[in-house]
Design a protein around this ligand. Structure first.
Ligand code: SF4
Length: 166
């Protein structure tokens, strides 16, 4: 699979579960009515409906975009902080994509129910993490089959749970 086909979601899902990243990238659809997917959408809407709008670019889908003076701020809204590392990498990927377009921005992962705001910026450590993750994801997606299912803490709430474990 080509680099240009990578999305923020695949970075997010790769951290959560490489199998999930593979399944999503190959468009094997989970149950879209899964409760937690619905809750995630609701969560985002309820808390931020009035303030901001979702931004969509190729490979980028950001929950919130706002300006603070000259600065562009991207926000990802999450239901809980259980996937915080994944959300941070996803947002860092968006920041890097924007930087490639000549746009400087910073990010925030927002967990409204926990009143948490985690800043994300493209420092050296984050760039290295992005680079190594990109290589690992590309290698993963070269395979014509997904990795074997492995029980993770995310499985009970994953939309692919039935697919993987029934
Ligand atoms: S159910 Fe578990 S193993 Fe299957 S895709 Fe989801 S997180 Fe991965």
């Amino acid at each position: 699979m080509e680099k240009s086909h990578l999305t923020g979601s695949v970075f997010y899902n790769y951290v959560i579960c490489p199998r999930k990243a593979w399944l999503m990238q190959y468009q094997i659809n989970p149950d879209t009515e899964h409760d937690l997917l619905s809750l995630g959408r609701l969560n985002s809407k309820e808390h931020y409906e009035r303030a901001e709008k979702e931004a969509v670019m190729p490979g980028i889908r950001v929950d919130i975009v706002r300006r603070e003076g000259d600065e562009l701020v991207l926000g990802e809204v999450k239901k809980s902080s259980s996937g915080l590392e994944a959300s941070t990498l996803q947002l860092a990927y968006y920041l890097q994509r924007l930087e490639e377009e000549g746009v400087e921005a910073r990010g925030e992962v927002l967990v409204p129910k926990e009143r948490k705001k985690v800043p994300v910026k493209l420092d050296e450590e984050t760039r290295e993490r992005l680079s190594s993750s990109r290589s690992e994801i590309e290698e993963l997606l070269e395979n014509s089959n997904p990795p074997q299912a492995k029980w993770l803490k995310f499985c009970p709430n994953c939309a692919y749970a039935e697919f993987c474990w029934s």
